[in-house]
Every structure is written in C-alpha cells, then in structure tokens.
Design a protein around this ligand. Sequence first.
Ligand code: ADP
Ligand code: MG
Length: 142
Amino acid sequence: MAVERTLAILKPDCVRKNLIGEVIRRIQEAGFTIRAMKMVRLTKQEAEGFYAVHRGRPFFEDLTTFMSSGPCVPIVLEKENAVADFRALIGATDPAEAAEGTIRRTFADNKGENIVHGSDSVENGRLEANYFFPEHEIVANS
Ligand code: ADP
Ligand code: MG
C-alpha cells in the first residue's frame, strides 16, 4: 500500500464542542502522522471556494454558512492508504448512518454539522491541502 496524504478539517462544531484534542487523539491513535496543522476562520467566500464542487446543491448555502461560522482546524495527515482509512475512521456523512465507534457517529449532531472533513481521493487531498497550506508549510518526513 502506498503512503498517501489526506486533508482533514476539524469543523466549527468540533471546535465549539471543545473536541479538538479528543478528535486529534483518535486520529493519532489510528496511526496518522500530522504534517501540517493550524486554526483558521474561513470567510464565506473561502468556504464556497473550498466546497466549489458542491455549488448548486441544496445544502450548499447552509454548508458554507456553517463552515464560516467559527474557527476550524485544517490538518494534513499522512499514512499508508490515508484517504480510505481516514474516511473509515470518520464514518459516513450522516452520523445516523455512520458505523458505531466512528468519529462522526460518536460526536456529530446531524448530516450538516458532522465534526470533520476528509478528502475523497489522493488528488483532491493534494488540492485541498494546498488550499490551506503552501508546500513549505507541509512538513516532510521527520
Ligand atoms: P463528505 O464530507 O462525507 O465527503 P460530501 O462531500 O457529500 O460529504 O458533502 C460535504 C459536506 O456537505 C458534508 O460533510 C456535510 O457537512 C454537508 N452535506 C452533504 N450532504 C448534505 C445534506 N444532504 N444535508 C446537509 N448537509 C450535507
Ligand atoms: Mg466529500
């Protein structure tokens, strides 16, 4: 299996619920290495840019309002098979459908406010990481 990178975002609900530490603990326990991390408050326009692929969907307005409603924590993660393994760790988009023990099932309130983002492909992971971090802020092998 290849070493991959993926972009996680601890969403504003995760920050508001004081779950940053707990979620990062679970991520590290699952074997992911943190390569970059910061806290940012997205503007509405920045949230729209990040989720541009969903423009026109019925939930787009609520999603981008939510994502710009408070600080969030983008994190570049690295691991073998990182993209699929991270999505397995967080669970399905709707916490009610997410597997028992996943981060979303455990902590999320609903399909919109679902605690954490995870990239859906290696290529999108690279693009999404670069949305938040210039290459020199992504730390190479330590
Ligand atoms: P995922 O984050 O699991 O990859 P999507 O890429 O389909 O899910 O959607 C991006 C985000 O948009 C979701 O994480 C969630 O916050 C929101 N979202 C998606 N579908 C819905 C929906 N039907 N109702 C409300 N919010 C949604
Ligand atoms: Mg997605």
